[in-house]
Design a protein. Sequence first.
Length: 333
Amino acid sequence: MSPAKGTFATSDAVELAVVERSGFVESRHIGSAVVLSPDGTIRRKVGDVRAPIFPRSALKPFQALAAITSGAELAGQELVLATASHTGTSVHATIVRDILRKGDIPLAALGCPAAWPEDRAAHDDLVRDGHKAHPIFMTCSGKHATMLLACRANGWDLASYLDPVHPLQVRIREVLQRISGEQIQATGIDGCGAPVYALSLVALATSYQRLSTASGESPWPLYRDAARLAAAVRETPWLISGRGRPDAVAIEELGVFAKFGAEGVLGMSAPDGTTVAVKVLDGANRAPVAVGIALLLEAGAITREASDRAISRLGLEVEGGSDVVGRLRVTCA
């Protein structure tokens, strides 16, 4: 498949991790990854890091940043929800309502599909109370609420905010290209209905590094807002997804700025600026965070102790009955 029509081929991928059961390699995850040094140069390439990928929800920090710099006035936990792929707890839903309330925007304006919370307790509570699936519980509702708030601030049409030619989506593309230093290579529609844009892993890593290391004293508003967003995520990591979710665990244990994306994508930047971007080619979601942590450890950006704490919380064990008989093991670092 050519780069114009898709991402890199299996022949350009490298084994990233294996899953072992009873001493037998049961599955192999192949893909690509890049590691940037704190100065932005490429420290290590694993597989094809220049081919386009759809980062999926790993783009949310930059979609949020574009909305914030376009007038969506958010602070604290609202900033985290703007960036989140959340599990639909009552806390998540309340903050999404708060964002909409800022612009006097009705719940019906949310353009993401109706969903049940991914959080099991929140799901069960809704069922017991006789509620139905609703867009506010959809994992991307914080992003959508923030987009709508930016539209309200600028007098842009709310009904068409997901159209790729809408002024907000044009602004998102501009911000993404500015912060990544790369032109968008393809446009698609994400699972939540919003546009998603293809970039290389190098561009994705560059974007995470620039956002994560942005200064609140920068002369550029874009980077001052980026610093606020990164600080908010680090302050309340679990809101970016859910308690015990892999990217939240990485943030809690390592102090990184991280965001997971569907189909096996991860962006992760360590406190010293060392940054990793990962794409598992078959879309497996169980490997990227472990791979990212291993590559940061190899680069000397995190300690072995912190790495071990984070890895122990990722649920990488393989069970056989009531016993642990294997685990996912990173092989590229």
